[in-house]
Ligand binder design. Structure first.
Ligand SMILES: C[S@@+](CC[C@H](N)C(=O)[O-])C[C@H]1O[C@@H](n2cnc3c(N)ncnc32)[C@H](O)[C@@H]1O
Length: 279
């Protein structure tokens, strides 16, 4: 069998596995990027000692525990507080002053993972005097990480890195003002959790979340194929008010998106866009 046929067989097996997952468990990975699926499924096969993609597909069909492991593999949950500090600096200096002119601000973090990004936003809003008139919605399709996010407990060994990020992001206080340390963990202060609602939402299958002033979806669409990216950006456009702000991850862009014309770049470097088109 030549390389082309091998590749074609892998593509067929991956598509069948994604179809099985969707039909059996309702999670839709059919429009995730093929490179991502291939990498993560290979990893799951090694962990579960599955000799082939088809064998893994069979396991998934009959064993929920096997599906849970595959779900964990497919939803990469890597995150950090004040990730890409220059992005938060731009929000602080250029976006929040405009948001402050609104009587009330609604912000949606889509694909929030274990919440570090959302709490970074809560700190930023507090320091800029916007927190009390803000409502933050934080969603993910992975129940396990959402639970972690609600608890707001993070390993203490990450604090050094998070503090450095916070300072680089223009933080105005002492970062330790925002948490209490206990043994090998920290818990974020209760006041940072007051205005956040965590909930389950799947960007591939669920609909508009409500009318938002800002949508932050960073390092999520990178795992989607172009068609799903197009659909999700349309979902964000439908969720944003006129002149609402869309923030993407550093490796993501609207450049090749079918709905790019609905937005104008505020910063192509920080991947911050403003909705200017009306639909
Ligand atoms: C790499 S993390 C990014 C976390 C955070 N936004 C950041 O940039 O630090 C990607 C997150 O997207 C979530 N995700 C992936 N596909 C999703 C989907 N279809 N709907 C909702 N969340 C999804 C994963 O569960 C994961 O928590």
């Amino acid at each position: 069998m030549d390389d082309t046929q091998d590749l074609q067989n892998v593509q067929i097996e991956l598509a069948m596995l994604a179809e099985t997952v969707f039909r059996k468990y309702g999670y839709d990975f059919r429009d995730y990027s093929e490179a991502h699926l291939r990498r993560r499924i290979k990893h799951a096969m090694q962990k579960l000692n599955a000799p082939s993609i088809s064998a893994l597909q069979h396991e998934i069909l009959y064993d929920k525990a096997c599906f849970d492991l595959v779900l964990k593999e497919l939803s990469i949950n890597v995150t950090e507080m004040f990730r890409d500090p220059s992005f938060y600096r731009l929000l602080r200096e250029e976006i929040i002053p405009t948001l402050k002119t609104y009587p009330f601000v609604k912000i949606w973090h889509a694909g929030c993972a274990s919440g570090e990004e959302v709490y970074s936003m809560a700190i930023l809003l507090k320091e800029e005097g916007l927190y009390d008139k803000a409502q933050i919605y934080a969603t993910d399709f992975n129940a396990r990480v959402l639970q972690q996010a609600k608890e707001a407990i993070f390993p203490i060994e990450l604090i050094k890195e998070y503090t450095a990020n916070y300072i680089a992001a223009g933080g105005r206080q002492d970062f330790s003002d925002y948490y209490t340390a206990a043994y090998d963990s920290i818990i974020l202060s209760k006041s940072l959790r007051e205005r956040i609602v965590f909930s389950d939402h799947n960007l591939a299958t669920d609909t508009v979340f409500g009318e938002m002033h800002m949508v932050i979806c960073r390092n999520v669409m990178i795992y989607f194929n172009q068609e799903l990216q197009d659909r999700v950006v349309k979902l964000f456009a439908d969720s944003l008010c006129y002149r609402g702000i869309l923030c993407l991850g550093s490796k993501e862009s609207l450049k090749f998106n079918a709905n790019a014309a609905l937005f104008e770049a505020i910063s192509e470097t920080e991947k911050v866009y403003k909705k200017t088109g009306r639909q």
